[in-house]
Design a protein around this ligand. Structure first.
Ligand SMILES: Nc1ncnc2c1ncn2[C@@H]1O[C@H](COP(=O)(O)OP(=O)(O)OP(=O)(O)O)[C@@H](O)[C@H]1O
Ligand SMILES: [Mg+2]
Length: 237
């Protein structure tokens, strides 16, 4: 049974249709990428999966159950958790408070202390900064808080929307190591990333969106050897 299956998804922002035909299957435990140019529809796809945007067509299945009309909270309860573009932290609140906010549903709240320990051992720097306002942290540290907050919700499917924007290259490596550790615990990871080279270091398979439509879906070796894909996304001749 697949963990997530998106079939012929269509979404509009107001009167403007952004997604026309998105198709995506994610297996349990997989690390998968969602690639595409600016404005292709990557964030809209993630937003539709977590329930921020209503679907106007198609289906979103989580473990074969159609969740396309469920509330954001109901999907969160199933373990569908987004690390949003731009992190969206509460800058004046402490790192610890930002993290704890991720565990607001009943089940994660019961495990809050233990999960917090796991997050702080995954990102030791956050232990030192736990009492500081999140807004005082560097871009990379703030991204760690955003990922940590998502982990506090006990994700089964973790969706990340361009987590490396505003993160220094050396720190990107740390975050990638942490993401691998997260994936190794059995969390399924769907990564949206503009830098295709970097994305392909982490994911084993990727799906490509153009103008709101899925145009390609293949394992990374196939993508790296695909001339059209290489020319468009890897800067190869
Ligand atoms: N809130 C919104 N209101 C109106 N149009 C929107 C909104 N969000 C996105 N769009 C439009 O929907 C289309 C898809 O945008 P989306 O943000 O999903 O793309 P993206 O692939 O995430 O791009 P980027 O790489 O720039 O983040 C674009 O044409 C965009 O202008
Ligand atoms: Mg986006």
């Amino acid at each position: 049974m697949s963990l997530l299956r998106v079939e012929h998804l269509a979404v509009a922002h107001g009167g403007l249709q952004a997604l026309w035909d998105i198709n995506l299957t994610v297996e349990p435990g997989e690390r998968i990428g969602l690639l595409g140019a600016n404005g292709a529809g990557k964030s809209t796809t993630l937003g539709a999966i977590v329930g921020y945007y209503p679907t106007m067509g198609g289906r979103i299945l989580f473990e074969e159950t159609d969740i396309g009309r469920e509330s954001v909270a109901a999907r969160l309860e199933r373990g569908v958790v987004l690390v949003p573009e731009g992190r969206r932290l509460f800058a004046a609140m402490s790192v610890r408070e930002n993290l704890e906010m991720g565990a607001f549903l009943a089940a994660p709240r019961r495990q809050r202390a233990a999960t917090l320990d796991q997050v702080l051992s995954l990102f030791p720097i956050l232990k030192e900064k736990a009492a500081q306002p999140a807004g005082t942290l560097s871009g990379g540290q703030q991204q760690m808080v955003a990922i940590g907050r998502a982990l506090m919700a006990k994700p089964r499917l973790l969706l990340l929307d361009e987590p490396f924007i505003g993160v220094a290259p050396l720190i990107i490596r740390d975050v990638l190591v942490a993401l691998s550790a997260i994936a190794d615990t059995g969390v399924t990871v769907l990564l949206v990333e503009q830098n295709t080279h970097r994305a392909l270091e982490f994911v084993r398979r990727a799906s490509v969106i153009e103008n709101g439509r899925t145009v390609l879906d293949a394992d990374r070796e196939t993508l790296r050897n695909d001339k059209g894909f290489g020319a468009k996304f890897l800067g190869l001749d």
